[in-house]
Design a protein around this ligand. Structure first.
Ligand code: MUC
Ligand code: MG
Length: 367
């Protein structure tokens, strides 16, 4: 199981419907397919999504850090030596999605070598997750129409509503319209991607008080340290740290500092190895987690559901697993399907990622 080659292949697939949120917008999935090859002929696969507005990575930087630093550093190690692999990857600061993709590709190799699904190796709690759909910025009536379409087509009944616009009352109007249209049985929570100040966030939460929201995520910047603590102390609902608490140490800092009371776990940025550390940390502290979405394609979504379904505490809330629905195409031979609001893990060995060579040839950017 010796690592002999690490490929970083840039590809680009347009979105049919761009996603807009307070920190940016996505029109094209300009991701990087990561493939780790072993001397025994096994290939582990994952994808890295560049999110410059969140982590500073670009498609070019992900390819460069893998080609120039990570591949030469980990060649010769085996897929069983993940601690050693991470020690070497962590000589480079940052670059979370590049590191995460390498980690998940190694787990894919382990699953294939063992003839077992990765989800089972990670914990094997269940074989599916309820799906939460992210509703991006649009006029309130368009946001309602999208949520109704997604509910009627896929049976999804949990929605994360992007907020953080100015004036904040635009988002209050949108959330109110969603609750009125979808009724009391649908679960709604909000994510501000640091778009508001603490005082705007407090007023928005007050005006949304009757809407039965489950969570509030990153409404204001965690770097506004005292203002954020002030807000979180007053929040009537759990306050999720997403981009402010990615590594285990950041999770500790934000939770113990009172800047968050729940955590978003994204395999796209912490892979399986560090996501498990974050999850166990949250379990030990008695903090709820939500499986978040890094605006993943189908490969990333498969990784996310494999991890979420593997763990009891990660599958208690609906996972954000539906952003791929807005892409015009993807790389998998057999596309993912969401039915009755549920996404299942892939049975079989490894992660079950089978890439369609024709699609890869069509969308890759390096040839
Ligand atoms: C989310 O939960 O914030 C948007 C920016 C990002 O980093 O992730 C997405 C979704
Ligand atoms: Mg978020």
């Amino acid at each position: 199981m010796k690592i002999v080659q690490v490929e970083a292949i840039p590809f680009a697939i347009p979105y049919a419907k761009p996603l807009k949120f307070a920190s940016g917008e996505v029109h094209t999935a300009d991701h990087v397919l990561v493939r780790v090859h072993t001397d025994e002929g096994l290939t582990g696969t994952a994808e890295a999504p560049p999110r410059p507005y969140t982590y500073g990575e670009t498609q070019e930087s992900i390819v460069a850090v893998i080609d120039k630093l990570f591949a030469p550093q980990i060649q010769g190690l085996t897929a069983l030596e993940r601690e050693a692999v991470h020690e070497r990857l962590d000589r480079t600061v940052g670059n979370p999605t590049a590191k995460a993709a390498v980690d998940m590709a190694l787990w894919d190799i382990l699953g294939q070598a063992a003839g077992m699904p990765v989800s089972g190796l990670l914990g094997g709690y269940t074989d599916r997750m309820q799906v939460s759909h992210m509703v991006g910025f649009a006029p309130a009536d368009a946001m309602v129409a999208e949520a109704e379409r997604v509910r009627d087509t896929y049976g999804i009944t949990t929605f994360k509503v992007k907020v953080g616009r100015r004036p904040y009352t635009d988002d209050v109007v949108a959330c109110r319209a969603l609750r009125e249209a979808l009724g009391p049985d649908v679960e709604l929570y909000i994510d501000g991607n640091r778009g508001w100040s603490a005082s705007e966030s407090a007023r928005a939460l007050q005006e949304m008080a009757g809407l039965g929201l489950t969570f509030a995520e990153e409404l204001c910047p965690a770097d506004d340290v005292l203002a954020r603590r002030w807000l979180v102390a007053r929040s009537p609902i759990p306050f999720i740290a997403d981009e402010s608490a990615t590594r285990p140490a950041e999770v500790t800092r934000e939770l113990l500092g009172g800047s968050a009371t729940a955590i978003s776990i994204k395999t796209a940025r912490t892979g399986f190895t560090a996501s498990q550390r974050v999850l166990h940390e949250c379990e030990g502290l008695g903090v709820e987690v939500v499986m978040g979405n890094q605006i993943d394609g189908q490969i990333g979504t498969l990784c996310s559901v494999a991890f979420g379904a593997a763990h009891r505490s990660a599958s208690q809330h609906a996972g954000e697993l539906s952003n791929f629905l807005d892409m015009t195409d993807d790389l998998l031979t057999e596309p993912l399907t969401i039915e009755s609001g549920t996404l299942r893990i892939r049975e079989g060995a490894g992660l079950g990622i089978d890439i369609d060579p024709d699609k890869l040839a069509r969308y890759r950017q390096d040839r």
